[in-house]
Ligand binder design. Structure first.
Ligand code: GLU
Length: 510
């Protein structure tokens, strides 16, 4: 068993955009494959046509691409076990369902929706402890176990609608091992005769999933905890098919939890608390748009790093991992059994770390494209300067604009609080004197402007803090920004003087 080639699959159903939890499932599969030199497959599980959402498959593929999780086999990529979209595999499944019928592990059931409802009502009325289609109840229903063989044959020949159900053993203890959870024991008394196949030729999730995992030689099934209740059925299916020897190992990943730790992280939490739960922006068929990490300005590396530590830890203090490093460090046995709480501040922290890992030149390039989108173009040397001055204060590339817009645009308003506190009588006159000094300078770099301005303030006995703060207000519009004379040096003499003139003309002295 240990010699077996590692082959894992991410098997989403295209019912909508990929949730962060889905990205994490994909990532853990991908990392496990990398760690073990194995294969990572993408399989689209679209057997439930009623839940199919146009665009979802493309969205899933684009998300994996953005994250850098290249699949080795899958739709559009090919591979020896294709096709990788279950709707394209449709003709394959019937024979497996029929095989199970032939071996007595499954049976045809002809019950109408009304008959099924009547069964549930009857069991409810009887206060039955288990109210489902199972070994106890199937004898009273319309199926190939309860009906004579010729009746079944004629129903089938007449084309009556049917389903094929798994014949769940009456009361058998199924013992299983889950890599994350350890030993899992379930008694089949609690399980029902699940539908495996419908007469429209479509398999249900359970049949298609198990058959495909077998045909695709999947060695490990790594998936969300919501599938843990299906594990006994899947294990029994492997047994019924006689595929136990190559049955995959299972690992069920605990849920991603809301920031307060109470319950599953949902799109509503994201909407309410203002963070994306999807990797990429998604426009639903209804036209409703949901935020994406990509569009919110997250570096994909930061997003992946953040996701990787939701429910996994390397056993060391290290927090920053590239995708490649994750592929070396990842270990399924270090995946947590309990839910992982999503922390928005931590997500931002990761982005800030990755932003700081960029060179100034890279940041200047990124900032340049942001500016270009605003119709602003400046020489790269200038952007480089601005990036150096502001990068400590930004978390996202888009924050550069908040921190640096005054380098490109004169203030259109002035912070009232600063005016009240600082713009005392005589301020305009003092600033005009400062302007006079600045106007007389030939060189206008940070160093050459600072000295003479300070000399003037000292010589006149003005309050240094007041003048400097008012000068900042005139140039920036509020009391933020880097060193004042770095600002004057970058915006230049003409603009500096124009801003001082505008402020002194427009701000009334308090
Ligand atoms: N199609 C299932 C899903 O969307 C896959 C579950 C599995 O990985 O077995 O979650």
């Amino acid at each position: 068993m240990s010699e077996r080639r590692v082959r894992v699959r991410f098997a989403p159903s295209p019912t909508g955009p990929l949730h962060m939890g889905g990205v994490r499932t994909a990532l853990f599969n991908y990392l496990f494959a990398k760690k073990n030199g194995g294969d990572f497959l993408l399989r689209i599980e679209d057997t439930d046509q009623t839940r199919y959402v146009p665009g979802a498959e493309q969205y899933i593929i684009e998300s994996l691409e953005w994250c850098g999780m290249q699949f080795d086999e899958g739709p559009g990529r090919g591979g020896e076990c294709g096709p990788y979209r279950q709707s394209d595999r449709k003709p394959m499944y019937r024979q497996y369902a029929i095989e199970l019928v032939a071996t007595g592990n499954a049976y045809y059931a002809f019950d109408t929706p009304e008959e099924l409802e009547a069964m549930r009502d009857r069991l409810k009325a009887e206060n039955a402890s288990v109210q489902q289609y199972n070994a106890t109840t199937r004898g009273q229903m319309q199926n190939s176990f309860s009906l004579p063989a010729d009746v079944v044959a004629s129903k089938l020949a007449a084309g009556e609608p049917y389903v094929i159900r798994f014949a769940m053993p009456l009361a058998e203890t199924v013992e299983m091992t889950d890599i994350v959870r350890g030993r899992v024991v379930v008694n089949t008394r609690e399980l029902d005769d699940k539908v495996l196949f419908k007469s429209d030729g479509m398999p249900t999730y359970h049949l298609a999933n198990v058959v495909d995992d077998h045909l695709m030689s999947i060695s490990h099934v790594i998936r969300g905890e919501e599938w843990l209740p299906s594990m006994p059925l899947h294990v029994l299916l492997y047994r019924a098919f006689g595929w136990e020897a190559t049955m995959p190992e299972f690992a069920h990943l605990a849920l991603l939890l809301k920031p307060d730790g109470k319950g599953k992280l949902s799109k509503r939490d994201g909407d309410q608390l203002g963070f994306p739960v999807f990797p990429l922006q998604w426009t639903a068929p209804s036209g409703e748009v949901s935020k994406g990490y990509r569009e919110e300005g997250y570096f994909k590396e930061a997003f992946i790093n953040m996701i990787s530590l939701l429910g996994w830890n390397p056993g060391t203090e290290q927090e920053i991992f590239s995708l490649e490093e994750l592929g070396q460090a990842f270990d399924l046995t270090r995946v947590s059994k309990s839910g992982a709480r999503f922390d928005l501040e931590k997500a931002k922290w990761f982005n800030q770390q990755y932003l700081r890992m960029q060179t100034d030149a890279q940041l200047a390039e990124l900032f340049a494209s942001d500016l270009l989108a605003r119709g602003i173009e400046r020489p790269m040397e200038v952007l480089l300067e601005i990036v150096k001055l502001t990068k400590e204060r930004v978390t996202f590339v888009k924050d550069f604009w908040d921190q640096a817009s005054f380098f490109f645009e004169a203030p259109v308003s002035y912070d009232e609080k600063v005016i009240k506190k600082r713009w005392k009588p005589g301020t305009s006159a003092m600033l005009n004197e400062v302007a006079g000094v600045l106007a007389s300078l030939d060189a206008f770099d940070a160093h050459s402007a600072e000295e003479p301005v300070k000399a003037l303030i000292e010589a006149k006995g003005y309050n240094m803090g007041q003048v400097m703060n008012c000068l900042r207000l005139a140039l920036v519009g509020e009391s933020k920004g880097p060193h004042l004379f770095d600002i004057t040096a970058i915006i230049g003499k003409t603009e500096t003087l124009a801003r001082i003139a505008r402020a002194t003309a427009n701000i009334a002295e308090a």
